[in-house]
Design a protein around this ligand. Structure first.
Ligand code: SAM
Ligand code: SF4
Ligand code: SF4
Length: 438
């Protein structure tokens, strides 16, 4: 039987202040510098489970062997590094809900903090529908510290802060300060129009990773989506970050306006501003994007696939194609589950808990409050059962008879259809079957 493995929550994988790749054992308080290759392979077991066979095959396609990785994880001191992930359906009866090494159930690994729906921009494609009109709720230092306490109890690996625009939040600097001492990886998704010099130095000290949106390398393309003046502000910040040698990834939402410029965008991102990774994120017809002309036609989508494959050949792992319709589901199981409720949960600005950001604000999927109930009680709630093995392929109205259902990964996402106004058991509007039917 294939063994699914992931990195134990006792370890943190990241970079130290000198930008060296580092594996940190939180229990022993010991850090180890690792090579880029080892770091890249370990990343494939971080947050999500993976199999040795799968990773070996992926690397073989690039003519790279992973024997050095295998020798590393077999060393005595790293015997506890990779832990087996038991199938979701076996989760009943587990004792220590946050222990990974001997666990029989879901392990909370990542928390997505949707800090505000407010945004200084009003992008044409925003699936959240964020805008300057939304009010932001202030967060006290006590609340932030209590949140950090809960995240430490849960021993999470990654905190991802998103919105709306996190840097519009009046208390963002308290948050940056609070994550400075935390031994988990912190990622902030941002449009990078509002990051001031003080924030830059805090980001540097706290070793925070930024995921920055850049939808074009001219104001004409970027501002078409994001509004006049956004490009100049973002580029100014990007050059400052690059000068300060702060790590950041770029996310480019690929639209009908910029898909033909992707080769130039990749060149700019890697050769002019030194981004670590470029995420190419095919635009999804959700939120404001549904009413917008930026969603690509089927013909454009086909040509885009060729450009993306070519870029991937040139830049290899530095380019990530975030396209769920192209990811093949490798499990033969008829159980429907995704990261939500198994390794991931999301919280909103009131600290209410939801399975993922697509559930935020939907009271039917609210699973307690992390500050009021505590993370342990929230994570044990039976409300998670529909995400932890109770939902089967045969329950899914559109997917059960679909010819793509063996390999389709999109069937596992149940909250995006709800976000679109469909039901928990429906398919998403832009999945392969639904596009084929158009
Ligand atoms: C919702 S934003 C929040 C963080 C921040 N305000 C920003 O723009 O980066 C997170 C990411 O989602 C992307 N995004 C928004 N709407 C999208 C859509 N309809 N399809 C695909 N990506 C989208 C944005 O471009 C951005 O990279
Ligand atoms: S994509 Fe980001 S910057 Fe644009 S409106 Fe949405 S939240 Fe704001
Ligand atoms: S109906 Fe759509 S989501 Fe469901 S299996 Fe088929 S292609 Fe995937």
């Amino acid at each position: 039987m294939t063994k699914f493995l992931r990195i134990s929550n006792s370890y943190h994988l990241g970079r130290d202040n000198n930008n060296c790749y580092q594996l940190y054992n939180k229990v022993k308080g010991k850090s180890y510098v690792v090579t880029f290759k080892l770091y890249t392979i370990l990343k494939l077991f971080y947050n999500e489970p993976n199999t040795i066979e799968n990773v070996r095959n992926e690397f073989r396609k690039l003519n790279i062997e992973i024997n050095d990785f295998l020798s590393f994880v077999r060393k005595d001191q790293f015997r506890d590094l990779l832990v087996e992930v038991v199938e979701v359906k076996d989760y009943s009866g587990f004792d220590n809900i946050f222990s990974c090494s001997d666990r029989k159930g879901p392990t909370l690994s990542r928390v997505d903090f949707f800090i505000t729906k407010h945004c200084n921009l009003c992008c044409k494609h925003c699936f959240e529908g964020s805008a300057p009109t939304f009010k932001t709720k202030a967060i006290s230092r006590k609340e932030i510290n209590n949140l950090m306490e809960q995240l430490k109890i849960a021993n999470i690996q990654t905190l991802k802060i998103t919105g709306g625009e996190p840097f519009t939040h009046p208390n963002i600097k308290h948050v940056l300060k609070a994550v400075m001492d935390a031994h988990f990886e912190t990622i902030i998704l941002t449009n990078a129009t509002l990051i001031d010099d003080e924030s830059i130095s805090m980001i540097k000290s706290a070793n925070i990773q930024l995921g920055i949106s850049l939808d074009g390398i001219t104001s004409e393309t970027h501002d078409y989506i994001r509004g006049k003046g956004a490009f100049d502000k973002t580029i100014t910040v990007l050059h400052k970050l690059s000068k300060e040698r702060i790590r950041f990834a770029i996310t480019c939402s690929v639209t009908s306006k910029n898909w033909e410029q992707l080769t130039d965008i990749a060149d700019f991102v890697f050769n002019k501003i030194n981004a670590e990774v470029l995420y190419l994120n095919r635009i999804r017809p959700m939120g404001r994007a549904r009413q917008s002309s930026v969603v690509m036609s089927d013909k454009e989508n086909q040509e885009l696939s060729m450009i993306m494959t070519n870029l991937k050949r040139i830049y290899k792992d530095k380019i990530v194609l975030s396209d769920d319709s192209k990811i093949v589901c490798k499990s033969n199981s008829d159980i429907i589950h995704c990261a939500a409720g198994n390794t991931l949960l999301a919280i909103d600005e009131n600290f209410d808990v939801y399975p993922c950001v697509y559930g935020i604000g939907n009271s039917h999927y609210k699973i307690g409050n992390i500050l009021v109930d505590g993370v342990g009680k929230v994570w044990e709630s039976s409300q998670w059962d529909i995400f932890r093995g109770q939902t089967k392929l045969s329950d899914l109205l559109d997917c059960r008879d679909c010819t793509f259902n063996k390999t389709c990964i999109m069937k596992n996402c149940r909250l995006k259809p709800i976000f679109e106004g469909r039901s928990f058991y429906s398919s998403i509007s832009y999945c392969n079957k639904n596009i084929d039917n158009v």
